[in-house]
Ligand binder design. Sequence first.
Ligand code: APR
Ligand code: PHB
Length: 391
Amino acid sequence: MRTQVAIIGSGPAGLLLSHLLYLEGIESVIVERRDADHVKSRIRAGILESGTVGLLKEAGLGERLNEEALEHRGIYLQWPGERHHVDFVRHTGRPVWVYGQTELTADLMAAREHAERVAFYEADDVALHDIEGSHPHVTFRDSQGVRRCVDADVIAGCDGFHGPSRAAMPATGRRTWGRTYPFAWLGVLAAVAPSTDELIYAWHPDGFALHSMRSPRVSRFYLQVSPDEDGDEWRDDRIWEALATRLGEGHRGWRLRTGPITEKSVLPMRSFVTTPMRHGRLFLAGDAAHIVPPAGAKGLNLAVADVALLSRALVAWLRDGSEELASAYSDTALRRVWRCTHFSWWMTTMLHRHGDDFDAQLQLAQLHRVVASEAAARELAENYAGLPIEV
Ligand code: APR
Ligand code: PHB
């Protein structure tokens, strides 16, 4: 089988790339390891920058987003005895939207099915070949066990942190940077109305907590736990108690609503960047090239920004014969990647308990500064609400 762009991975990066290319008349084929239901039901992040929302709407993906996404002006930053609102709209003119990655994935998969674009789910032994030559191809066994080969002009590695694309890049000339944080998040989904109008990021001596949401009836919470934590040790009543304490129940009469917990999992936390994001005819996008810890809500938005740049570059190259944007892709994307890597690291180190009491006092001094200074608040707001696709 032949196509123009072989896309490995059907996460938000791969699905959106396929959609943006399709709109410009470029053919692609997606090869994904998991089955479609698994991809649709994975619970991930839930905050969209306005740039992301604008791009999705322009690409004709705004129908359900317009109906269901919740517009938020900002976030609350909190520590014991204090809760402050950081108003992104006042500082930057831009809000953010709460829209689960599962919803975005469903929209993208529906658009793919509607356009009858080809995708192979449950693909095994996915391997990349000849990325340095002019006949790159991807081999795999399909869901029936039949060996297949997709020949393409280029390969897009959108296969996340554990996929084969990054490893297919030669070691010479490749650099990686990373940090594994000494804590993790216990993520909890609950069938209960949010107890807040906008997200609460809470610093607490017991550890960080986040009150997020998915809809007016579904709340999402996170608790800082140790990286080797056994999620089963956290029974529901222990979770609600920890959330109530860390989120400051009782302060100015605020109460946490509780309800049935429908999902619970421990998420490791790391920063990771690999360069370059292109070698020969292989391009990396999204988590395949970089991971940010979730405290800045950047992972999904960064994947969308990569793909916005990459689709433009591939259209210019494959349709119009100009390789200039493709040659600039890695450097252009990495400027934004490093900005978001810094912001996510900064939010993470400011909000999580680690180190000693001296570190705790520094964190509190930083939090006080963010809510007391217009300039410091604007710096957080600009980064969280989202920088332009090209930084
Ligand atoms: N072969 C084919 N597909 C693979 C392989 C493989 N060997 N390994 C992984 N994949 C698939 C995964 O099953 C997944 O569906 O690649 C896809 C990668 O998707 P994501 O991990 O969602 O990564 P990405 O599309 O870059 O999206 C980044 O999603 O994971 C969140 O926090 C992340 O919000 C960020 C965003
Ligand atoms: C989420 O709702 O899953 C979420 C929100 C904000 C974050 C991280 C995760 O910073």
